[in-house]
Ligand binder design. Structure first.
Ligand code: NAD
Length: 354
């Protein structure tokens, strides 16, 4: 066995149907008496209902979390934190709401409880991406890692199938890149393979019946495992390209991950054979890249970046930008091959098998 380094992130996870009823108990464990609840405007009603579980510990609700965590929203939320003398935040929603909770915690060191309702996985990471003057900047800090995650399967039942699919494949992308990460280690590889297996099976069942509670539980469990991967080891080509494309063309986060992932995996195929074996096994496919493409397209996802709003001239510009900021990847970054990769993702082609 090769030598490795494994860093475990601290954290407490409560998982189950109806688990959000433990909210007050968890706030009490953190000695939090004045809790500020966060949500997006779309989930304000849901947040209000869930917030009742905090009882007298509820200080207020701020329902203005926004995609990509713009700092002007954080500044306003911090004023509410101060006015209410909040001593903890509870983020109810997807990665956008979790992002606001993290941005507050980074600046105040307040404890966070996250109640995830998508499969994004942000709740399990010490990473925050926030946008200032149109630029998304990513930082990592122990203060950003949430203290408690409450996974309540029942709260994911309303996630529409199309969002479940792209959010789930976004999570799978974390596990895929963890398997060929520079920091890959045996523990995280176990977690990654189990995460992909659980999510891939569950998403197919959810496509057929969005109200399948066992499938919803398996998807949320898989999403947690994939989030742990993202929070534990460095990512590579796929995440860096998504960061570039998201910033340049403001493409929707999870659908963009879904369309690009099979092509990034095909690019790395020969450089990471062990990772490919595990991904293929998790998908029950002969080839990792083709298996990911067939899974996502079979679930009804849009497989072309063109359909998500990327301009064709963007292919060359994005590769220029990606090459300008070199980063580690199992296969070196080669301009012509990368241009081919992105052109195929732009058109939504099925990758050629090995
Ligand atoms: P999102 O949080 O933007 O949610 C998408 C929409 O779905 C929102 O309107 C939300 O209110 C709604 N929604 C959420 N759960 C729902 C439910 N159960 N039923 C009905 N509607 C629901 O989307 P996302 O994909 O979860 O998060 C994307 C953001 O998270 C991006 O900004 C991305 O950069 C960030 N992210 C960060 C990390 C990290 O570790 N820092 C990891 C993954 C994603």
């Amino acid at each position: 066995m090769e030598s490795f380094v494994y860093n475990a992130n601290p954290g407490r996870v409560i998982f189950g149907h109806g688990a959000v009823a433990k909210l007050e108990e968890e706030a009490e464990r953190l000695s939090a008496e004045r809790v500020l609840v966060l949500s997006t405007p779309e989930q304000a009603d849901q947040a209000e209902i869930i917030a009742r579980h905090l009882g007298a510990r509820l200080a207020g609700i701020y329902p203005k979390a926004t995609m990509h965590t713009p700092t002007e929203v954080t500044v306003e939320a911090l004023q509410i934190v101060e006015r209410l003398r909040a001593d903890a935040v509870v983020s109810i929603g997807g990665g956008s709401t979790t992002g606001l909770g993290k941005a507050i915690a980074f600046r105040t060191d307040l404890p966070q409880i996250v109640v995830p309702t998508t499969y994004a996985g942000s709740e399990a990471t010490p990473i925050l991406g926030e946008t200032e003057n149109g630029r998304k900047v990513t930082k990592s800090d122990p203060r950003i890692l949430p203290e408690v995650i409450i996974y309540d399967v029942d709260l994911t039942m309303t996630l529409p199938v199309s969002l479940s699919v792209t959010s789930g494949i976004n999570a799978i992308a974390h596990a895929v890149e963890a398997l060929y990460s520079r920091d890959a280690n045996p523990i995280i590889s176990l977690v990654a393979e189990e995460g992909i297996t659980s999510l891939a099976r569950a998403l197919t069942l959810i496509r057929d019946d969005a109200q399948n509670k066992n499938a919803r539980a398996a998807a949320l469990y898989g999403a947690w495992l994939c989030g742990v991967c993202l929070g534990s080891v460095g990512m590579a080509l796929h995440h860096k390209l998504c960061h570039t494309l998201g910033g340049m063309f403001n493409l929707p986060h999870a659908p963009m991950h879904t369309a690009l992932l099979p092509h990034a995996v095909a690019y790395n195929r020969d450089a990471a054979p062990e990772a490919m074996k595990r991904i293929s096994r998790a998908l029950g496919s002969d080839d990792a890249a083709v298996g990911l493409y067939d899974l996502a397209s079979g679930l009804g996802a849009s497989m072309s970046l063109q359909s998500l709003g990327m301009p064709e001239v963007g292919v060359g510009a994005a590769i220029e930008q990606a090459m300008a900021n070199p980063y580690w990847n199992p296969r070196p970054l080669e301009k012509d091959a990368l241009t081919g990769l992105l052109a195929r993702a732009y058109r939504g082609e099925r990758p050629a098998s090995a």
